[in-house]
Design a protein around this ligand. Structure first.
Ligand code: ZN
Length: 627
């Protein structure tokens, strides 16, 4: 857990009036001196803090505690206005917590962590007994909800541990039965390839050596697939690979060694039939045995006809569903116009959301089965990426618009088995009276994440209900607990529980040194993308504006240029997208805009690969609202 602000700011209000309810008498409760080292470093460059004036007291905490430890309870320090340092005022909710899920589910590095059979859970709120708990006469009063639970002394000593009152990170691994074990090599890649008529459109390509040639989209895909299959043969010969194609029909080739199964006409519209047929098709053998057959199948592909994309995606997910952690690579150049998930039918008046519903449902089923779907489309086409991109967004896959030149690299890159955990569920607990804006009014936030690959970071903001502010301030600190439930790749069920506490303040004046701008930026990117996908463009615009104001204030006080290069440009792009939607005639995202929005949904401070977004000039493409 990484917090954007050292303190919980109790009086932030969503209407931006938080500053006006600042109550100076409370400011005595928390020392508001600037403290160095309390924020975990986010991403390079690390020059987050303005050099402190020499008159400030030295930080004592940093030298005695590991960097991941939260603030200890330093005694209240009366505020001395001359020591307050640089002050900024902002409408941005700085109560943001970031969860580095990609790292947390990677338990192979965590051998030193405690390891128990199962946590002691509060019956009422499901909080786990932790370092912050105290047990008196075998009774634990839950620090989140106040509910009482009887606890055995031995257990409580074990769970509370030696780091009582500070920070804990506990792993719980139930015993594994033999038949739960699964071979890591047993995952599938299903290539689901569009061979509709439009795939004959040609593009001029200039190879590294030689004169330029015109090749069709299908030829480009065939070339990329052959390269990918050969690369897999060399590097992951035990990987199982399958092929599914679609036009007027869906053809399941499996590993290419058997007679293909063709679905057409009514069969393209029957969800259960497709699922059943595809799961019953013979399990593909590994690429070492099937390479030659698959290459032959790929070479023989011919383009013609319509685009039964939805039905084909369903068949591919069904095939992949046999092994959690499997992948579907969906490659298309047009919108679905036949079968399930038809995106060209005018919306039915009684259920306008019908077609996206198919993609939502398929995405949910894929998440449940641990299947990751990546979607790849061609530059200059229109595939309703906003809709089919949901498949990737929900399952942890990627959304890419590629050119023929980069296709082979992209396919190889997304085919790599990089799933760290499946069936991941995050539960974030805060005390009664805390809520999660945009998520839930409750103090308990549950997020089904599904598949997790490296680098996944999710962020939430929280706020305090006005009627409990005084109660919280008397407590000085508030507990937070993250419970992550997941399955490792060898099917081990794991519960990881992180618990820590944060000091409380009501001050409306936020010190620059107390903010982790990287966390706030990532949160802003994720939130704005989500709001935009939901059509809440005005809210996204407000968030962007507030964040930009905050950055402006911060940058006046300390150097953050490089971060602004990474995030500032996203914001510009995102602002452009939002402006175009609000001024456009239709509230439809172009494929180019959808690609950016989906990238931002997966914004992360760990990687700056999304920085390539800044190179896209969406304004030029004039892509929005014109379809
Ligand atoms: Zn409880």
């Amino acid at each position: 857990m990484q917090f954007a602000c050292s303190h919980v700011v109790c009086n932030w209000r969503s209407d931006g009036a938080g500053g006006s309810v600042s109550r100076p008498e409370y400011e005595n409760i928390v020392g508001v001196k600037q403290q160095k080292g309390q924020l975990p470093p986010p991403l390079p460059p690390r020059h987050l803090r303005k050099p402190r004036p020499s008159s400030l007291p030295l930080d004592l905490i940093h030298s005695t505690q590991p960097s991941h430890a939260p603030l200890s309870l330093s005694p209240p320090v009366p505020p001395r206005l001359d020591l307050l340092g640089d002050v900024i005022r902002s409408n941005v909710n700085v109560n943001v917590v970031s969860l580095d899920v990609g790292k947390l589910v990677d338990i192979s590095q965590e051998e030193g962590l405690p390891n128990f059979q199962s946590p002691v859970i509060c019956e009422k709120c499901s909080a786990a007994l932790s370092c912050l708990s105290s047990v008196h006469e075998k009774v634990w009063v839950c620090e989140f909800c106040g509910c009482k639970t009887g606890v055995d002394e031995g257990v409580s000593r074990l769970c509370i541990g030696q780091r009582a009152g500070v920070y804990s990170d506990d792993l719980y691994l139930p015993k594994l039965s033999d038949n739960d074990y699964q071979n890591l090599e047993d995952t599938l890649v299903v290539f689901c390839v569009d061979i509709s008529g439009s795939m004959c459109v040609t593009t001029e390509v200039t190879p590294e050596s030689g004169a330029s040639v015109h090749i069709s989209r299908l030829e480009g895909v065939q070339d990329a697939l052959q390269k990918t299959l050969t690369s897999m043969l060399q590097h992951t010969p035990h990987r199982r690979v399958a092929l599914v194609t679609f036009n007027d029909e869906v053809v399941i080739y499996g590993d290419g060694t058997r007679t293909p199964l063709t679905l057409r006409d009514w069969a393209l519209l029957d969800y259960d039939h497709i699922w059943q047929q595809a799961t019953a098709y013979r399990i593909p053998h590994c690429i070492a045995e099937t390479h030659h057959h698959l290459i032959q199948r790929v070479k023989e592909l011919m383009e013609h006809g319509a685009t039964a994309l939805g039905s084909a995606a369903l068949a591919a997910v069904a095939m992949a569903s046999r092994y959690p952690g499997s992948k579907v690579v969906l490659c298309t150049d047009g919108r679905a116009n036949i079968g399930l998930g038809d995106l060209e039918q005018p919306p039915h008046p009684s259920s306008p959301a019908q077609t996206p519903f198919f993609y939502r449902q398929l995405a949910l089923q894929a998440v449940e089965k641990g299947v990751i779907i990546s979607v790849m489309t061609f530059k200059g086409t229109d595939c309703c990426l906003a809709d089919i991109g949901r498949l990737a967004d929900a399952t942890g896959g990627r959304v890419n618009i590629v050119s023929l030149g980069t296709m082979a690299t992209e396919i190889q890159s997304i085919s790599v088995d990089n799933v760290l955990a499946t069936s991941v569920k995050a539960t974030l607990l805060a005390p009664d009276g805390v809520y999660f804006p945009y998520e839930t009014e409750s103090n308990k936030l549950v997020r089904e994440i599904g598949n997790v690959t490296r680098g996944l970071e999710i962020t939430f903001q929280f706020a305090v209900k006005p009627d409990v502010i005084e109660v919280f301030l008397q407590k000085n600190t508030l507990p937070f607990q993250l419970q992550l439930n997941f399955k490792t790749r060898d099917q081990q069920r794991v519960t990881r529980v992180l618990t820590e506490q944060r000091p409380v303040t009501t001050t409306s004046r936020i010190l620059v040194g107390k903010l982790n701008i990287a966390v706030l930026d990532v949160h802003c990117a994720q939130l704005c993308a989500s709001l935009t996908m939901e059509g809440r463009v005005q809210e996204a615009q407000n968030q962007l504006q507030a964040q930009q104001d905050l950055l402006k204030q911060v940058s006046k006080l300390r150097p953050i240029q490089k971060q602004e290069n990474i995030y500032g440009n996203w914001m510009e792009t995102m602002t452009t997208i939002c402006d175009d939607i609000t001024t456009g005639s239709q509230h439809v995202l172009s494929d180019e805009a959808a690609e950016v929005v989906y990238l931002m949904r997966r914004a992360s401070s760990i990687s700056n690969k999304y920085a390539k977004v800044q190179k896209k000039n969406l304004r030029q493409k004039k892509a929005l609202g014109e379809m």
